[in-house]
Design a protein around this ligand. Structure first.
Ligand code: GLA
Length: 391
């Protein structure tokens, strides 16, 4: 696909360009976790994510040219050079996230000029903590600052999501970009994905902690199967809406309707849709439990979510199932589940701080024995969203 925007830069006077050239910005853009509400952001559900304390860092400056951009990834040790006036979809994985963001921004404004950007990531790739949203949102945020584009946070979020839809090809929901941009220290964010209203929920879980166990597998199914799940839910909803004369939203679907249409839906669509309805309710139950400091209930609901994702939504994999089952044997782990799109990546565990080291050691040995793969782990805390850290 050749994208030829051909914007004139007449609106940008030379003085501004010179001023911009002097500025070097440093942006930090975090990955995210999600306590509960998986695969329902694109189904009008609720989600409960947070930004994490692992970020992608961007060093960004205008280079004085009208259209020439260089974007260097330290981690991949490669440089993407592009002309803002005409560029094509990229071939290397990370390129399309970058190109997609630039493309979406250029559909909103002609104020972007040539820039140089260096990217260094501390967010593990392919581990379900959305390094992709961190990349999209950090770049969008940085360009907004650098060229004074006047875009608000929701516009940055949507730019990230559209980049992923149009350039990467994953028809993702809004959760990852939302969490990366809006993250707040020590808070989970309850987002209503239908209205886009959200509430910041304080999370103080000491002596428990949030621990991620990384399977270090990323089964290649993810993008294709993700879009398939989305299409299956849309198909099921279409049928339910017709049958019960309801407005087409999973919010209007109650379990009784699913029972009545089980045969028409068939096993697969029934499973997908009933998972969505159950998971939407679970999020609200978790929020209630969190507010009551009832972490046992939070944990039990996380296990239920995993079961649903594994059996009904079928986005887990043997490695994730193994780690969740392993956690069930440790009484000091209150809950565990796969997190993010699935087919690999991390499990999220709520675990007592006293047993973390022992637990990780035991899990690492067992995982190595079962799959001959090294397990890695890290703790995280809800953190601030994308921000400017130095000018
Ligand atoms: C990916 C997508 C999100 C969300 C999760 C599953 O991370 O980018 O929008 O759908 O999967 O909850």
């Amino acid at each position: 696909m050749l994208l030829n925007k051909g914007f004139s830069k007449e609106s940008q006077n030379n003085m501004t360009l010179i001023d911009m050239k002097k500025r070097t910005l440093k942006i930090a853009s975090p990955g995210r976790i999600n306590l509960i509400g998986e695969h329902i952001d694109y189904n009008d559900g609720f989600v409960l994510p947070a930004a994490i304390d692992k970020c992608i860092y961007f060093t960004l400056r205008a280079n004085g040219s009208e259209n020439r951009c260089t974007i260097k990834s330290k981690g991949f040790d490669s440089i993407l050079v592009l002309d803002l006036k005409s560029f094509e979809k990229g071939t290397e994985g990370w390129h399309n996230y970058v190109l997609g963001v630039i493309y979406e921004i250029q559909s909103l404004t002609d104020k972007v000029a040539g820039f140089d950007c260096e990217i260094e990531s501390k967010v593990p790739v392919g581990s379900g903590v959305s390094s992709s949203a961190a990349l999209e949102c950090g770049l969008a945020y940085g360009l907004n600052e650098l060229f004074d584009l006047g875009l608000d946070k929701w516009q940055l979020i949507l730019i990230g999501q559209l980049a992923e839809h149009n350039f990467v090809g994953t028809k993702c929901g809004i959760m990852d970009q939302f969490a990366s941009v809006m993250g707040k220290k020590d808070h989970m964010l309850l987002l209503d994905c239908r209205s886009l209203e959200y509430e910041e929920i304080p999370i103080a879980i000491a002596p428990y902690r949030l621990l991620l166990l990384n399977t270090n597998v990323a089964h290649n199914l993810s993008t294709g199967e993700y879009n398939v799940r989305r299409a299956q839910c849309a198909e099921g909803l279409e049928l339910l809406a017709k049958r019960f004369q309801i407005e087409k939203s999973f919010r209007n679907v109650i379990p009784e309707m699913l029972v009545q249409t089980r045969e028409e839906l068939g096993e697969t669509l029934y499973d997908r849709c009933s998972y969505v309805v159950e998971e939407t309710n679970r999020v609200l139950e978790v929020v209630k439990a969190l507010k009551n400091n009832d972490l046992e209930t939070v944990g039990a609901l996380m296990y239920q979510t995993h079961e649903g994702l594994s059996k009904k939504y079928e986005v887990s994999c043997p490695e994730l199932d193994f780690l969740v089952d392993f956690s069930k044997n440790e009484p000091q782990v209150l809950g565990a589940r796969m997190m993010g799109g699935g087919f690999g990546g991390c499990t999220l565990n709520i675990i007592h701080e006293d047993v973390i080291d022992q637990f990780v050691q035991k899990a690492t040995a067992a995982y190595q024995e079962a799959f001959d793969i090294e397990l890695t782990s890290f703790e995280t805390v809800p953190s601030q969203g994308t921000s400017l850290i130095r000018e």
